[in-house]
Design a protein around this ligand. Structure first.
Ligand SMILES: Cc1cc2nc3c(=O)[nH]c(=O)nc-3n(C[C@H](O)[C@H](O)[C@H](O)COP(=O)(O)O)c2cc1C
Length: 321
């Protein structure tokens, strides 16, 4: 029985979501662990109960190893963190060798986040990953369009929508897996990117990245981060993230994964209301690894309270008519 005297019972609520149509990404729960803070895979299972998660996005990987940004590369700012980890990773092959077994065994879907400074390198990276993706249980690929670090001589991919669209088009030609494009809330021409990226070939738009930030060092000359400019994360970016999610949802034909600064179930409900079909959690999981479990309960209650059966009923409820 799903109803008791006409009421929907929270435990009967359907939390599954299918993101995208041509290459659908099916998630048992609408909760995404954002790339980075939880690592490449092996480490995550010890911290987090992945049975509460729908999609785990592995920390960014590149064709060749990338060194981390100079120290200090992570500082606290009021309401969040400022960091320039620079997508440090030992290269795709080594990450797959070391962590692939944990992806296969994971109780949630796995996506790889791809970092590439050129279209050519992105196609080589995808070719490398595709050779082993089925065997390792990789469900989807995410193109990281957010990196503010030293890619493209310090420019973001998103500083040129045309370049971003070329990257997406290249990736689409190289894989049949669901493709996610991850952008930051301050992406240049977000509306255009959101509306044109579906034609270029993406299945899902993840509006969950970091805006850039800068903090002078107050005790000596120079910036707080050795790299100067870094990426912001945590509660301070949430209102900007919500604005970007709402903007993207209103123009994009792609389903939105929304995130950036989500720290509580109520924050996540706001992201659904702004148009997200799944939410991304990252920095908050360091302080509260139980957040996905608490969020699942809140989602069930919120959907049932509306007399609905599917979590999709929450998506876009705040968008103007
Ligand atoms: C330490 C750290 C490392 C990160 N590494 C990556 C990464 O490798 N790839 C990526 O796309 N985003 C990375 N991010 C960004 C997060 O995935 C997320 O987009 C961002 O932190 C905003 O969400 P939040 O406020 O919920 O943390 C990283 C964030 C942090 C704090």
């Amino acid at each position: 029985m799903t109803q008791e005297q006409g009421r929907i019972l929270p435990h009967t609520v359907d939390l599954t979501v299918t993101l995208g149509e041509e290459h659908p990404l099916e998630l048992e729960r609408p909760i995404v662990v954002g790339s980075g803070p939880l690592g490449f895979g092996n480490e995550a299972g010890g911290t987090l109960d992945l049975r509460d998660v729908g999609l785990f996005v592995v920390r960014g990987i590149s064709l060749h190893s990338r060194v981390g940004g100079p120290l200090p590369r992570l500082v606290e700012v009021p309401g969040g963190l400022l960091h320039a980890v620079n997508r440090e990773n030992p290269g795709a092959d080594e990450v797959m060798d070391r962590h692939g077994a944990s992806w296969r065994a994971a109780p949630c879907a796995i996506a790889l986040s791809l970092v590439a400074p050129s279209v050519k390198e992105l196609s080589r990276l995808i070719a490398r990953v595709e050779r082993r993706a089925d065997e390792l249980g990789v469900a989807a690929l995410e193109i990281d369009l957010t990196s503010s670090c030293d890619l493209l001589d310090g420019r973001r991919w998103e500083s040129s929508v045309d370049e971003a669209l070329r990257l997406i088009d290249t990736a689409r030609g190289a894989t049949n897996r669901p493709l996610i494009a991850k952008v930051s809330p301050t992406a240049h021409e977000l509306r255009r990117l959101a509306s044109e990226s579906v034609d270029a070939g993406i299945d899902v738009l993840s509006v969950s990245g970091s805006p850039t930030g800068y903090l002078p060092n107050r005790t000596r000359r120079g910036p707080s981060l050795a790299a100067g400019v870094g990426e912001l994360s945590g509660p301070l970016i949430r209102p900007g993230s919500l604005a970007a999610i709402a903007e993207a949802a209103s123009v994009s034909g792609a389903p939105i994964i929304g995130g950036g600064g989500i720290g509580s179930p109520a924050d996540a409900l706001d992201a659904f209301a702004a148009g997200a079909r799944a939410v991304s959690l990252a920095t908050a999981l360091w302080a509260d690894p139980m957040l996905p479990g608490a969020l699942l309960q809140s989602l069930r209650r919120a959907v049932a309270a509306r007399g609905e059966r599917s979590v999709l009923a929450l998506s876009g409820s705040a968008l103007g008519s």
